[in-house]
Write a protein that binds this ligand. Structure first.
Ligand code: DP6
Length: 343
């Protein structure tokens, strides 16, 4: 579609997802093709809301995150992503991008997933690209791999694929799931997942086994989801997360994202199971722990975890929607956004 027919501005919202079968490692850095498929639950908390507005008067994109001008890598990743969108739209006009992210950025709560899913959805609309869900998932993937899954609501499988066309996420039927998120530390992590994935691929002796075993695990997980087998979904989730953290610890020099308090939360989850409450922990590339539960048990599990990490640090979430456009809404410009940014 030509730029002349583009609406020029659009706002989209997307939610983070937590992987139940993890994505860790790329076989193509530029296209962001993963070494294996993965599967996740999109949450209904911590959304990113993003407005993209074409700005013909500028010779550079601008990116504002939570009311403050973003620079460095964050701004470069946004511009590189907009370049992809412009290339497809046959456009050259720069854009102003404003995002409000309600998750602690960089702490393993997949803020890049909600961020790039929202950006892909808003930018495609602002530049007049008419993309179906698979194409949007493929586009979001180019910003951050896990963003491919946040385009889809509830449970999504991201097919590893063999090229740009075949690597996208789609829904998987699953029973009702909820997550209790225990925030252990919301400081930005010292080593990005992108960098840590590179180190894993180049130095872990277990990397090949990780790739082959993850494909087997994924097949088993899809079967468990389709069968509505909560227990098996939980067992696979917990085992695969610890396997990923073991893999990450096997790099040279080693990397460790979990903190002593993360392990305390995981132990509390094991204790809950011994008491008959089915709960299973997972953690992405950070110290925060998410606990997979049946929705009706979320409150009981949250109450227990509050004893471990403190009352303010626990949040229950359900399954959330895929990335979507918001009509008639705009993320306010910095001057007006100061209250939201400080929250
Ligand atoms: C541990 O999607 O953030 O959360 O593709 O390099 O942007 P890039 O990585 P990213 O990695 C997420 C890794 C993970 C596991 C997962 O979400 O599957």
């Amino acid at each position: 579609m030509s730029q002349a027919s583009a609406p020029g501005a659009a706002t989209a919202r997307a939610f983070p997802n937590l992987a139940l079968v993890k994505y860790w490692g790329k076989r193509d850095e530029d296209l962001i093709l993963p070494v294996a498929g993965s599967l996740s639950l999109t949450l209904d908390a911590f959304p990113t809301t993003t407005t993209v507005r074409l700005d013909p008067g500028r010779d550079q994109d601008t990116f504002e995150l939570n009311g403050a001008a973003a620079t460095g890598t964050a701004a470069q990743r946004v511009t590189a992503f907009l370049d992809l969108v412009r290339e497809r739209a046959g456009a050259t006009t720069r854009a102003s991008v404003r995002s409000v992210n309600e998750a602690p950025t960089g702490a393993g709560l997949a803020s890049s997933a909600s961020g790039f899913a929202a950006l892909a959805t808003a930018a495609a609309a602002a530049y007049g690209l008419d993309l179906d869900t698979s194409a949007l998932s493929r586009l979001a993937r180019r910003g951050s791999g896990s963003a491919a899954r946040s385009v889809i609501g509830n449970v999504a499988i991201w097919h590893a694929g063999t090229d740009d066309e075949t690597s996208f996420a789609e829904p998987v039927p699953a029973p009702d799931l909820a997550m209790v998120v225990a925030t252990v530390d919301c400081a930005a992590k010292a080593i990005s997942s992108r960098e840590a994935m590179r180190r894993t691929a180049s130095s872990s002796p277990y990397f090949v086994a990780w790739i082959t075993s993850t494909e087997t695990t994924l097949t088993e997980m899809v079967a468990a989801c389709r069968a509505g087998d909560f227990t098996r979904i939980g067992q696979i989730t917990e085992a695969h997360a610890l396997r990923m953290h073991g893999l990450i610890a096997s790099t040279e020099p080693p990397i460790r994202y979990l903190q002593p308090r993360s392990i305390e939360v995981m132990d509390a989850v094991v204790a809950l199971r011994e008491e008959g409450v089915e709960a299973y922990s997972t953690a992405d590339a950070g110290p925060n722990v998410a606990v997979l539960v049946r929705p009706e048990q979320a409150e009981a599990v949250a109450a227990r975890l509050r004893d471990v990490v403190g009352p303010e640090q626990v949040r229950t979430t359900g399954a959330g929607p895929g990335a979507h456009l918001l009509s008639g809404t705009e993320v306010p410009a910095a001057a007006e956004a100061s209250t939201e940014a400080g929250s």
